[in-house]
Design a protein around this ligand. Structure first.
Ligand code: ADP
Ligand code: MG
Length: 140
């Protein structure tokens, strides 16, 4: 597979429990390189824009409230097959169904507060990276 970039977010449930370092270690152990990173607090407007694809879902409002409830760490990850690789390291959306040894299995609190975000396709990855980072903030 080719080298790809993907967007990762360490969500508020994880920053609140001081799990940032442990999660980054899992990503690095999974073969992903952090090539851009910042900690910030999303505004409501930013959360709604980031998750616009889910605007019609019943969980959208709660999801935006959760994502603005504390700081997040947004990162660009690079590596071989990075988009699928990151999603494998993360595990399934619902921690209850996530595979053993994945971030969501070990750290996720609920289907909503599931500790991490990862882009789901090359197009989404490019769009999500642009949402948070300027080209000069990324150092691969
Ligand atoms: P993923 O993050 O695995 O790509 P989705 O894109 O389907 O999952 O959903 C985006 C985020 O919305 C999830 O990570 C989770 O925080 C939240 N979410 C998804 N499904 C539900 C649900 N049924 N109830 C509450 N929150 C949900
Ligand atoms: Mg998704």
């Amino acid at each position: 597979m080719a080298i790809q970039r993907t967007l990762s977010i360490i969500k508020p449930d994880a920053t609140r429990r001081n799990l940032t370092g442990q999660i980054i270690a899992r990503l690095e152990q999974g073969g992903l390189h952090v090539i851009a990173q910042k900690r910030l607090r999303l505004t409501r407007e930013q959360a709604e824009r980031f998750y616009a694809v889910h605007a019609s879902r019943s969980f959208f409002n709660d999801l935006c409230t959760f994502m603005t409830s504390g700081p997040v760490v947004v990162q660009v990850l690079e590596g071989d097959d990075a988009i699928a690789r990151n999603r494998r390291v993360m595990g399934s959306t619902n921690p209850a169904n996530a595979e053993a040894g994945t971030i969501r299995k070990d750290f996720g609190e609920s289907i909503e507060a599931n500790s991490v975000h990862g882009s789901d396709s090359p197009d989404t990855a490019a769009q999500e990276i642009r949402f948070f980072f300027a080209e000069m903030e990324i150092a691969g």
